[in-house]
Design a protein around this ligand. Structure first.
Ligand code: NAP
Length: 529
């Protein structure tokens, strides 16, 4: 497959009319000369959205089996790109090949998971309440409910997962599974990778003769393209992963529309780790090494990176800090995804170190290049953090602050006062269970995932996963962007009252033609055979 730098608008590849863009190699910050991308004009963005609107009715009506095959063909196509994809992604992001190969596995796994979700049929939540014509004092009509697709979805690829949260990532896979056409805005940080994956989706769409506007991929630089996408009347929902400021800007744009639409934005999280006294006493050193490994993994560019650690002051905490500091000291600096992300990291470090209440614990190996990130560990007290909210802002990269607490009540007070988080981690032994109960109760109200004796980096893609959490972790705490229930974001329930069988959606027809799980008069009914 040849990269051309064109926009993928429906089934066409079209050269943009806007200014020229080149991908950047983050290792040396030099432009990658080929291909030259041209930004989309407003007319092209409009064309992609109009095509998506035109495709919506046919795409949402195709048999779930065909949509499942579409997702599987995308997965096969991505695998079929072989090293072309991972080598281009490596060139554009600086991420190690092994990480990219793992991420490719996760991406195709996600697509296949949604194919199986479609085949199971539970995603439609088909629910039937039979008519009760003789009910007194009033008869009940025949009532049936199922979920239908929301409409065309705009997806913003994330910089830090060039495959799994990008063009064919979780947002796209769940929206296509739901029956929503997708218009993706490629992330500036991996333009060629985006085109390769976009072409796989476009080819699969053509091969399966899906409606033309089922998928488009737009390249743009700056906020205009994103704002236009979110404001376009054809777009009915948005999936976004990135900065808090970017997510908030898109939420504002969506709310200001004549018809406001939902924005599912995953934004910022510092993922607190609570080290309970029994655990710290039993295994301070092993927790310390595990924590530092999680902190510096992927140059800390994970939304689930553990940025805050809390523990009660004392010799066990000293042992933890000594070991963590020594382990961090051995860690090499790593190249960050973009000069912009590196600059945001440097500013975050300056923000922390400018606070007199913060002391340095240790740093990793010095950086060797302009976009390399050195790991840093700091410490402060609960009292200082309580008086200085700036210390709790996300620093995207391999930096964390250890908060010394006088007692476990301060840990609990922290848990009760912190903003929404993607994850909360507890390290505990049996003797800590009493304290842990209060922390779990406090953190389950804030976090999408609460975990014990592990580290939050690494998000399993499965039915029970929640990659969500209260604001500002996400814009809508009722949902997840990873795992099979991510499809719910792009569906809405409709109740059909007294419709003749022929007018009902397939999922609700009398003889269950899709042969799916349904809730009939309060009883779960299994498919036959
Ligand atoms: P970003 O700046 O939020 O950009 C993400 C996408 O949204 C890009 O396509 C960007 O387009 C678009 N966008 C941003 N602001 C917009 C606005 N006001 N209007 C319209 N579109 C807008 O994220 P990033 O470039 O990936 O990284 C920047 C920072 O985000 C990082 O330093 C880090 O702090 C944070 N981040 C957090 C996570 C997380 O999971 N928590 C993940 C990645 C990044 P343009 O670039 O074309 O403007």
């Amino acid at each position: 497959m040849q990269l051309t730098g064109e926009q993928l608008i429906g089934h066409q590849a079209v050269r943009g009319e806007g200014r020229e863009l080149l991908a950047i190699n983050p290792h040396d910050q030099q432009p990658i000369p080929s291909p030259v991308f041209n930004c989309a004009s407003a007319a092209l963005v409009n064309e992609a959205c109009v095509l998506a609107e035109q495709a919506f009715d046919s795409f949402r009506s195709v048999a779930p089996e065909l949509r499942a095959r579409f997702l599987e063909e995308i997965a096969e196509g991505i695998v079929g790109l072989g090293p072309l994809l991972t080598e281009r992604a490596h060139l554009e992001t600086g991420l190690p090949m092994a990480r990219l190969e793992g991420e490719r596995g996760r991406t195709v796994g996600q697509l296949r998971l949604f194919a199986s979700v479609l085949r199971q049929g539970r995603w439609q939540d088909a629910t039937l309440d039979s008519a009760l014509p003789d009910r007194q004092p009033l008869p009940r009509p025949d009532l049936r409910m199922c979920k239908i697709a929301l409409g065309p979805v705009a997806v913003f690829g994330a910089s830090n997962f060039p495959l799994a949260f990008s063009v064919a990532g979780g947002d796209t896979a769940s929206a296509l599974a739901a029956g929503c056409p997708v218009v993706v805005k490629a992330h500036r940080a991996h333009l060629g990778t985006s085109e390769l994956v976009g072409r796989v989706i476009q080819e699969a769409s053509k091969r399966l003769e899906l409606p033309e506007g089922t998928f488009s991929l737009i390249v743009g630089d700056g906020n205009d393209v994103g704002q236009q996408l979110v404001s376009h009347p054809a777009i009915k929902a948005v999936g976004f992963t990135g900065s808090r400021s970017g997510g908030l800007a898109l939420m504002r744009a969506a709310a200001a529309r004549p018809e406001p639409i939902p924005v599912y934005a995953e934004m910022s999280s510092i993922n607190p780790v609570f080290l309970l006294p029994g655990a710290l006493s039993a295994r301070a050193k092993s927790i310390a090494t595990g924590f530092i490994d999680a902190l510096v993994m992927g140059a800390g560019q994970f939304c689930t990176n553990p940025g805050i650690v809390l523990a009660v002051d004392g010799p066990d905490l000293e042992a933890f800090l000594d070991k963590a500091g020594a382990h961090l000291g051995d860690k090499a600096a790593q190249t960050m995804l973009t000069p912009g992300i590196h600059s945001a990291y440097s500013q975050g470090i300056d923000r922390i170190t400018s606070q007199p209440c913060v002391q340095a614990v240790a740093s990793g190996q010095p950086d060797l290049g302009a976009t390399q990130a050195q790991g840093h560990l700091y410490q402060t007290t609960f009292e200082s953090v309580a008086a200085n909210a700036q210390l709790l802002e996300e620093v995207f990269g391999p930096a964390a602050i250890v908060i010394r607490c006088q007692n476990v009540n301060e840990m609990l007070a922290f848990a009760k006062s912190i903003e929404g988080q993607l994850t909360a981690t507890l390290h505990l032994e049996d003797e800590d269970l009493g304290i842990a109960q209060g922390l779990v109760q406090a953190m389950e109200k804030k976090a999408g995932r609460v975990l014990v004796n592990g580290f939050p980096t690494g998000v399993e893609v499965c039915d029970s996963m929640v990659h969500g959490g209260a604001f500002p972790a996400t814009s809508d705490s009722r949902t997840t962007s990873v795992g099979s229930t991510a499809i719910d974001r792009f569906l809405r329930p409709v109740c059909y009252q007294n419709l003749p069988n022929v007018l009902l959606p397939e999922a609700l027809k009398q003889n269950n033609p899709l042969n799916i799980w349904r809730l009939v008069d309060g009883k779960t009914t299994a498919p036959k055979g």
